[in-house]
Write a protein that binds this ligand. Structure first.
Ligand SMILES: [Fe+2]
Ligand SMILES: [Fe+2]
Length: 377
């Protein structure tokens, strides 16, 4: 029986604060708590690291005046000072951002423009691997004296631990899904490389759409993490339909379409089992799974939603998924060129696909080619 995917309500009364708050709120709360002791600490931020692409990206920021690095990614290789600290496990202190010869001048200029004059960075390590940085900034020069650093160190450790726990919960959910899929052998055409590529296309689109739609870096990150789970419901599709080499009959296609509703059921059960069913980022997962076959003109399934009723997550994942499916070899078809696939997406923009998402993918072709070179079938 097909059930519609729903957004998970977030109750404000019944849930422990640590579960209902995103990392951004928790970091902001830590900042408020230590302000009495460190009134001139003006910003706490977290950036996280993807070792496979060497990208460091802005994640959360506690400052009230807005995050100077919102929606920013940079290669760690282009930031040699931070790369050294990431390897050594030490800390990096900049007493005067104006006179400091930063390895990435444009990034430091952004901090200075926002008024920050000193900086303290501490790498986050977990299970022996570098995960990102906690950054503290002040509007004062020379703020991070040895005694201030001693006082702030436990807060930096707490922010690091909270970040690791948040990312671990998501990774555990992903690992559980991958395990179930491998055990059921319901791998279908979803190769590992397909999932790696489509998630990164989704991230490119999400990063550019986020500022226009008032979405945070945290939202971009969770969309990226959850995009590969879009077809988890295929576990429930019988093998003779899932692996059928030829065209599906209309009846078989109806069964195939049920993978969306089955996926939503799996999300609900797994989120419940992992104790994160009330966490706000589970809504993102629901939308990825539940809306990835909806079309903006209402011709998609299972709900036939149209326009803004199709979640932004669903619209982004649809473009990323179809683009990768078209440009990949599948048992029943040869790979299209990028130009052919983009021509198709552009022709269907406003009908099947979100026009802005298609536009962004069209104008990001050098990043797309990088991803295609890195993740091959
Ligand atoms: Fe699907
Ligand atoms: Fe897919």
């Amino acid at each position: 029986m097909a059930t519609a995917c729903r957004a998970m309500p977030v109750s404000t009364e019944e849930v422990a604060p640590s579960l209902q708050q995103g990392l951004a709120e928790r970091v902001a709360a830590y900042h408020r708590d230590i302000r009495a002791e460190f009134p001139r600490l003006d910003r706490i931020a977290v950036a996280i690291y993807d070792s496979r692409t060497d990208l460091l990206r802005s994640f959360v920021d506690s400052s009230e005046g807005g995050n100077p690095f919102e929606h920013t990614m940079a290669r760690l290789a282009d930031l040699p000072e931070l790369a050294r600290v990431a390897r050594s496990g030490g800390i990096r202190v900049i007493d005067d951002m104006v006179t400091h010869q930063a390895s990435s001048a444009s990034l430091s200029r952004r901090l200075v423009k926002a008024g920050y004059l000193s900086s303290f960075a501490m790498p986050i390590h977990h299970k022996g691997a570098f995960q990102g940085f906690v950054f503290f900034n002040s509007f004062l020069r020379d703020y991070f004296t040895p005694s201030v650093i001693r006082g702030l160190r436990p807060v930096a450790d707490l922010v690091a631990l909270t970040t690791v726990m948040e990312l671990e919960a998501v990774r555990m959910l992903q690992a559980a899904v991958h395990t179930v899929r491998q055990m059921s052998r319901a791998r279908d055409e979803e190769t590992h490389a397909h999932l790696e590529r489509m998630a990164r296309y989704a991230r490119i689109i999400a990063l550019r759409l986020a500022p226009r739609r008032g979405r945070s870096d945290e939202w971009v990150e969770f969309l990226y993490q959850f995009a590969p789970l879009h077809d988890i419901g295929k576990i429930g599709v019988p093998d003779h339909i899932l692996f059928k080499p030829g065209r599906l009959t209309p009846e078989e296609f109806e069964v195939m379409k049920q993978h969306v509703a089955k996926g939503c059921e799996i999300v609900e059960v797994m989120a419940g089992n992992f104790g994160i069913d009330r966490a706000s980022h589970v809504d993102i997962l629901h939308n990825v799974v539940g809306h990835h076959h909806e079309c903006v003109d209402g011709s998609g399934y299972p709900l036939g939603l149209s326009g803004d009723a199709v979640s932004l997550e669903g619209r982004i994942v649809a473009v990323a998924d179809v683009f990768d499916a078209l440009t990949s070899n599948r048992p029943y078809k040869k790979a299209w060129t990028n130009d052919e696939a983009l021509a198709f997406l552009t022709e269907q923009a406003g009908r099947k696909f979100d026009p802005e998402a298609v536009d962004i993918l069209c104008s990001s072709q050098s990043a797309v080619r990088d991803i295609q070179r890195t993740f091959t079938d």
